[in-house]
Design a protein around this ligand. Structure first.
Ligand code: F0G
Length: 464
């Protein structure tokens, strides 16, 4: 008998209590924190879907591995274990540990980009974009056209637009030292990229003398979607698929806080010797010696084990299935989400759910406030608060207004997901009462992290 319920492929050994809050408390907390979910104390959140980054539960093997951490400043045993784990998957010659993904980005771009350069990417994540722009270079998003239609069901909506990639490399010849593909495409709805697309992008870059890098944060989830959605990959293991993905690239940046299954860490890995040398010199300046890069030996151990566990098929199946489970309930009940569901998150299409709120009043931000107020759910806006402010100071509405609910790895169970579904369906039933928000004060760069907002009218009236 083939049973269809997909159970969490783990037992729980350590538990962490969740503090319940009332709606009144949450209303007060929102006001106190400037209506910015980033500024809420985590203790006051019931289900925290702000991010899947560094929020996962480690396995007993990872905790055991941490006890083996070699804390030597140089040449620690833990580094060589970490290096071997990264090489087994990526096969890149140089493996440079960093404290997290954005440090790898800063070091790579700091070594490679000149003012006026252009970096094409299917879609830059916010820190990636900020690190490109910090070098006075342009971060160009060129997702394939299907990516702009949240409701359209296609297997690989994360694909880069290959024609646009080639045109960009021609138009900016000599000023486009690298192109990137983000797997999965986080800011574009967590959508995967096909092997065919990675292979073709790599060929285009090679032809035009540009380096080709993967932003590999969620490489294992991407490998799983290739296995389950792309012809001729069903019989391959996630490891074999990941190895092939990396074989087309000249290097990668990685946040081990995602598919490294660790609470902190990252790396930059690449083949070019001279570039690696330059990156290592920058690394020493701010991160640390090249065999620890700002991490403790025990962190390197946890990542080495995590990189192995993340490619287990039962884990990847459970992970993508729990996201799809919530997605299916929402879709069946008319809540517009980015479809098909990706690997790490559900993205509600706030523009379509709240047509009465114009983009200038940040509908996705307003929806994330309503989810917190009604059910204590913390999510994140991926829309015009995050991406609307341009480097020249102007405002440009984002391509989509999404509320992302990202699932920490191995943390929540199916009953948590059922609770989420109940809250979201309730908020959907009273959506006409949700009002927009305006920005009261915000910094120039990465403003969503610390902006203070104000609801335009009451967020949601008290029931009754
Ligand atoms: N690239 C992508 C695609 C990411 O999703 C992130 C982080 C980074 C780079 C930077 O890595 O956080 O280790 O410095 N994303 C988290 C998120 C923060 O919530 O999606 P980091």
């Amino acid at each position: 008998m083939q049973f269809k319920t997909i159970i969490e492929p783990f037992r729980i050994k350590t538990v962490e209590p969740i503090r319940q809050t009332t709606r009144e408390e949450r209303a007060e907390l929102l006001e106190k924190t400037g209506y910015n979910p980033f500024l809420l104390p985590a203790e006051d959140v019931i289900i925290d879907l702000l991010t899947d980054s560094g929020t996962g539960a480690m396995s007993s093997a990872q905790w055991a591995g941490m006890m083996l951490g070699d804390e030597s400043y140089a040449g620690a045993k833990s580094f060589y274990k970490f290096e071997a784990a990264v090489r087994r998957i990526t096969n890149f010659r140089h493996v440079i540990p960093t404290h997290q993904g954005r440090a790898a980005e800063r070091i790579l771009f700091g070594s490679l980009l000149q003012p006026g350069d252009v970096v094409p990417n299917n879609t830059h994540f916010d820190t990636t974009r900020a690190n490109v722009e910090y070098r006075h270079a342009t971060a160009l998003d060129i997702p394939n056209p299907d990516a702009h239609d949240p409701a359209l069901v296609r297997p690989f909506k994360g694909n880069i637009d290959l024609a646009a990639l080639e045109q960009t490399l021609i138009d900016h010849a000599g000023h486009a030292p690298l192109a990137m593909i983000t797997v999965t495409n986080n800011s574009g709805g967590g959508q995967p990229v096909s092997m065919a697309n990675i292979r073709a992008a790599s060929e285009i870059c090679r032809r035009h003398g540009a380096l080709f890098f993967l932003d590999a944060c969620r490489f294992a989830e991407n490998a799983w979607f290739i296995k389950t959605r792309e012809e001729s990959y069903a019989g391959k293991t996630p490891l074999e698929i990941a190895q092939e993905m990396f074989s087309y690239a000249d290097g990668c940046t990685m946040s081990a806080k995602k598919d490294g299954m660790a609470n902190i860490g990252g790396f930059l890995a690449l083949n070019d010797d001279a570039l690696a040398e330059k990156c290592r010199n920058l690394l020493i300046l701010t991160e640390g010696f090249p065999t620890y890069g700002g991490l403790a030996g025990y962190d390197l151990e946890a990542i080495a084990v995590g990189l192995e566990e993340v490619l287990h098929e039962d884990y990847l199946q459970y992970r993508t299935r729990s996201v799809a489970y919530l997605g299916d309930i929402l879709t069946a009940n008319g809540v517009p989400i980015v479809r098909p569901t990706g690997g790490h998150a559900i993205y509600i299409d706030a523009l379509s759910m709240l047509p009465h709120i114009p983009q200038s009043q940040y509908p996705a931000w307003a929806l994330s406030l309503a989810l917190y107020l009604e059910g204590g759910i913390r999510s994140v806006e991926i829309g015009s608060v995050m991406f609307g402010h341009q480097p020249d100071g102007s405002e440009k509405p984002a391509a989509m207004e999404l509320v992302r609910m990202a699932f920490p790895r191995r943390v929540y169970t199916q009953s948590h997901v059922d609770y989420l579904a109940e809250v979201i369906l309730y908020v959907n039933s009273i959506k006409d009462q949700i009002r927009g928000v305006r920005i009261v004060e915000a910094p120039e760069v990465l403003r969503h992290f610390s902006a203070r907002m104000e609801p335009m009218g009451v967020v949601l009236p008290l029931p009754g």
